[in-house]
Design a protein around this ligand. Sequence first.
Ligand code: OGA
Ligand code: MN
Length: 293
Amino acid sequence: MRMIPNNSGPGARVEDFDLRQPLSAEDFRTILRALGRYGVLCFPGQDLDAPQLAAYAGRFGTLEVNVANLFHAEGLPEIMHLSNMRDAAGKPLGLSDAGQGWHTDMSYSQDIALANVLHAKRVPMRDGRPLGDTQFLDMHAAYEELPAEVKQRLEGRVAVHDFEKFWDVMRMRPGSIRGPLTEAQKAKKPPVRQPIFRVHPVTGRRVLYCNPGYAMRIEGLEPAESDAMLAFLFLHQMQARFLYSHHWTPGDVLMWDNIATIHNAVADYGADEPRFILRAQVMASLDYAALAA
Ligand code: OGA
Ligand code: MN
């Protein structure tokens, strides 16, 4: 396999490697370390079906099964379908508005995710250019470049993350089919506490683990100070030098670090510009420090 880092910002391409093959212990370790180092890995030119994607992603940890998710591969609830397409009867083929807003997958959950693995089958195109980029910001760099007094002020502190925050933002978007969360749904996803800085298990370096999608407030600060500090962090982490915007090509497998990046799906395509993506969420269920050593 050939690893080609992007020219600027996070991310690398991994070429000449077929993800259908069983992953050797050595290749597993190489990919895990690259995930920590680069944050986003693109494996171009892949052709995986849902079970093959589940087999690859499942090597890195337990795959999330979203019981409420209607859109998944047949017989494989751990492989979600992201799509704006509909079948002949007009029934949606996938979740059409996933990730439209900066966030980290699963930060609203006590058990966090290691990585998300997406495999593009169809990419919306206009005038020969791909639409529907997925954008990433590097939270290793964002932590490192925080002012020393902010690092000190927030060390050991916790932010409360709430699933409902992002849900309600998505609901406000024009054309959203999301209803308000029911009391039963809210009870299943209560707010959780997350450290604002965590040590990345693969790199051993600190990351800023805080995102505008889910983080509500910082515990132990007055509301006004908490609001001001979160506003500062959200602005700080948004800087262009931390950014990589992935332009999709069908066949891409994109694997991103859900501890050290935040991401955003760009909703710049229409209903007649089809997008179809397979998705596997890898929970941080293994001892990655040991596996990467
Ligand atoms: C996700 C997500 C982004 C995209 O699947 O968690 O944020 O571009 N997807 O589809
Ligand atoms: Mn996401």
